[in-house]
Design a protein around this ligand. Structure first.
Ligand SMILES: Cc1cc2nc3c(=O)[nH]c(=O)nc-3n(C[C@H](O)[C@H](O)[C@H](O)COP(=O)(O)O)c2cc1C
Length: 277
């Protein structure tokens, strides 16, 4: 596709597009968002500190629950800090070559400080507090990604940073009530076009007025549609005569989540002072 429309790009990602109004169909902003993809291969060019600081500022313009502003962005700038964090993430080989790392922190400490400084009680010490700070951090992450991709950078989130929470807390000197929700690898992409990861069909994920549950047949259909696609944006490698057969999407997800992941997360969150009831 030489100059795809928004409808083309939606169809490419979801299999089918809704009726896209003409006024939206050529929007560069919407094309950029729907045509995006995570980037895990980077050009070695470093990302200038001013670029990261600008993107952090743009990202922190995101909406914030009750205007409490419970997300902080931590830019990893010192080579030693970078090396110590990357050493915790060696299971993800691509992270080693990531030029820049950014960590999105949920910060509920500040709210507690303000309650104290203003002589007010804090009767909201329960799950909602943990959740609000986490949601703020996730929204800032999404804004940062959109801003970075609009600026010609590639990124990939790294939830694996939560696999080593005590170590990350020590490296980044995080106080109680502050924790990393996710990190982000950032750099200039090695590929001109991102690979597009196909999503579930919109009739399974966009509901009108009431929830309609997905069926196993829907998942089967998605699995087979997805398996039949050449990864968009990736050129077939002529040397790759017999690519290894990959399991279907649902099979891969089910196998992955048949193993326990981060079962100690709740214990860590309680240890740093949150109440989760
Ligand atoms: C919160 C979050 C955490 C993620 N953590 C990782 C990670 O640790 N490693 C990784 O390679 N990708 C990670 N990803 C990227 C997803 O695998 C990716 O978004 C998904 O496969 C869809 O692909 P796309 O972003 O190219 O559309 C994460 C994404 C999100 C939103």
């Amino acid at each position: 596709m030489s100059d795809p429309t928004v409808a083309d790009l939606i169809a490419r990602r979801f299999g089918r597009a809704p009726e896209v109004p003409e006024a939206l169909n050529h929007s560069p902003a919407l094309k950029g968002m729907v045509g995006r993809g995570s980037c895990r291969r980077f050009d070695p060019t470093p990302v200038a500190a001013e670029v990261l600081e600008t993107l952090a500022a743009v990202a922190l313009a995101a909406p914030s629950k009750s205007d409490l502003q419970q997300c902080d962005v931590l830019l990893v700038t010192e080579p030693e800090t970078m090396a110590r964090l990357k050493a915790l993430l060696t299971k993800q080989a691509w992270v080693a070559d990531t030029p820049a790392l950014v960590v999105f922190l949920a910060n509920n400490k500040r709210q507690r400080q303000i309650q104290q400084w203003r002589g007010q009680p804090f009767p909201n010490d329960h799950l909602d507090t943990f959740f609000n700070a986490s949601v703020d951090a996730a929204i800032v992450l999404a804004f940062f990604i959109a801003a970075a991709e609009a600026a010609g950078l590639g990124c990939c989130p790294i939830s694996a940073i939560r696999n080593a929470l005590p170590e990350v807390r020590d490296i980044l000197e995080l106080p109680d009530h502050v924790f990393p929700v996710v990190a982000l690898g950032v750099g200039y992409p090695a590929h001109a076009e991102p690979a597009i990861s196909p999503r579930l069909p919109l009739h399974n994920t966009v509901h009108h007025d009431r929830f309609v549950d997905i069926t196993e047949a829907d998942i089967d259909a998605y699995d087979h549609w997805r398996a039949g696609l050449t990864p968009f944006g990736q050129r077939p490698d002529p040397a790759d005569q017999a690519p290894p057969a990959e399991p279907l999407w649902s099979e891969a997800k089910a196998r992955s989540y048949a193993k326990a992941h981060r079962a100690d997360f709740g214990a860590f969150i309680r240890e740093i002072g949150f109440k989760l009831d």
